[in-house]
Design a protein around this ligand. Structure first.
Ligand SMILES: Cc1cc2nc3c(=O)[nH]c(=O)nc-3n(C[C@H](O)[C@H](O)[C@H](O)COP(=O)(O)OP(=O)(O)OC[C@H]3O[C@@H](n4cnc5c(N)ncnc54)[C@H](O)[C@@H]3O)c2cc1C
Length: 391
């Protein structure tokens, strides 16, 4: 059996790795036009992991992601080389300033704890004791990850996944080389995936394909259906500071911040989708300072004295229906699997999704964790699986 994976970022590489782990006999091609991942979201990510989601499947995907981050040598080492992912464990802090937000934190907390996550709800008094440098007079309730959350080096993670996949081994190449090769697939009449000119149409993708093209997943229509994922530009800015270690902090309006030993980082999403064809990732000059800093300084007064030193843009691949990923067979073609639309949490879920896609393709069902809530069928059925904890 041969399987083609379109896109060699964290998601594509994780799919390849787990396919080969599950069945050493399966042949896997990873097709990637940008092997250095220069423009991939996986290389431009803030690369955090959290257990604080509102849907069970997302909490459980993060729990498996955590397993890889805590034991990278066990999962990702090649020839005994140690793998350093720079994982720093430090909890996310969500805060609610009104009753609706507080209730949402309580509801999510019940889901998180049932899935085994260590997350505490804090009253304003408890918040003041544990996080004294944060303005808390307008806070109604807070939610703090006690363990299993933090940040890591996203590029190192994506590269380690790719290196391990290659060592399994899987075959990697550019789209042109793949289409030109003798094993190029035949055209699919259902999803009309492009193919070598000489090959004949078949009724379903053959060999099976996994679409892990990140923000470019929604660029083409397949069988009249476009994967509803598009790029939204985000900016990460770094500021000089002498700060103590503190958690990632999040506001409902879409800005977030975190700090390590000697620097602080803020990030912000531009609300409007950017055409996915646009390749530029140059930072927009002052938007992070104007948009994020006042909000951060309101919550964390030390931000008022910080100065932006560096900024970098990247793209979220957003699925606007419910901000949850699309994972599983395309509604029109059972052999075309989607792994896209992660809406800003794809890196931490790459391992769990890669494992699930491998199980689906090789066992015909999800074995370790049921990913069917993320099935693209929900779009056709008009049944969103709403994720409330979107950053
Ligand atoms: C600023 C920012 C902050 C983020 N913060 C976090 C975070 O804190 N935690 C988290 O978990 N996630 C975060 N994310 C999201 C996360 O980085 C992405 O969800 C994840 O990296 C997506 O991985 P991917 O492999 O699907 O896509 P990508 O890494 O974008 O890879 C897709 C690949 O597909 C290739 N491709 C495109 N077109 C084709 C084609 N036609 N044929 C073959 N290949 C093609 C591209 O070259 C690319 O290399 C963040 C993202 C950004 C931008």
């Amino acid at each position: 059996m041969r399987i083609a994976i379109i896109g060699g970022g964290a998601l594509g590489s994780a799919c390849a790795l787990f396919l080969r782990r599950l069945d050493a006999g399966v042949a896997v091609d990873v097709i990637e036009p940008d092997p250095g991942l220069r423009l991939a979201s996986s290389a431009r990510s803030a690369a955090s992991i959290r257990q604080q989601f509102s849907t069970e499947v997302n909490v459980k995907l993060s729990r498996f992601g955590l397993e890889l981050l805590r034991n990278p040598d066990e999962w990702l080492a090649v020839d005994g080389d140690a793998v350093d992912l720079g994982f720093v464990e430090s909890g996310y802090l969500f805060i609610a300033t009104g009753e609706a937000g507080a209730q949402a934190l309580r509801d999510s907390n019940a889901v998180q704890r049932a899935a085994g996550a260590a997350v505490s709800l804090l009253s304003p008094r408890e918040l003041a004791q544990r996080v004294p440098w944060l303005r808390h007079d307008d806070v109604q309730l807070a939610s703090l990850g006690e363990r299993g959350e933090g940040w890591f080096d996203g590029y190192a993670f994506a590269r380690a996944l790719a290196r391990k996949a290659r060592a399994m081994p899987v075959r990697c190449g550019t789209p042109a080389r793949w289409l030109a090769s003798s094993s190029a697939p035949s055209a699919c009449t259902r999803c009309a995936w492009p193919t070598a000119a000489a090959s004949r149409p078949t009724r379903s993708c053959s060999p099976p394909r996994v679409v892990a093209r990140g923000r470019r997943a929604g660029r083409r229509r397949r069988a009249g259906v476009r994967a509803p994922a598009h790029g939204v530009r985000l900016q990460r800015a770094r500021a000089a500071a002498r700060a103590r270690r503190w958690s990632s902090t999040r506001r409902a309006s879409g800005s977030a911040a975190r700090a390590a030993a000697s620097s602080a980082a803020g990030r912000r999403a531009r609300a409007t989708p950017i055409p996915t064809t646009r390749r530029s990732t140059n930072p927009t000059s002052t938007s992070s300072t104007r948009g994020v800093w006042p909000a951060l300084a309101h919550r964390v007064p030390v931000f008022a004295a910080l100065r932006r030193t560096r900024a970098r843009d990247g793209y979220y691949e957003v699925h606007p229906l419910d901000h949850n990923a699309l994972v599983g067979p395309h509604p029109a073609c059972p052999n075309l699997l989607l792994a896209c639309g992660f809406s800003g949490h794809g890196l931490q879920h790459a391992a769990g999704v890669g494992r699930g896609i491998a199980e689906w393709l090789l066992r015909g069902r999800y074995v370790s964790l049921d990913l069917s809530p993320l099935s693209p069928q929900r779009i056709a059925l008009g049944r969103p699986l709403v994720e409330r904890a979107v950053i």
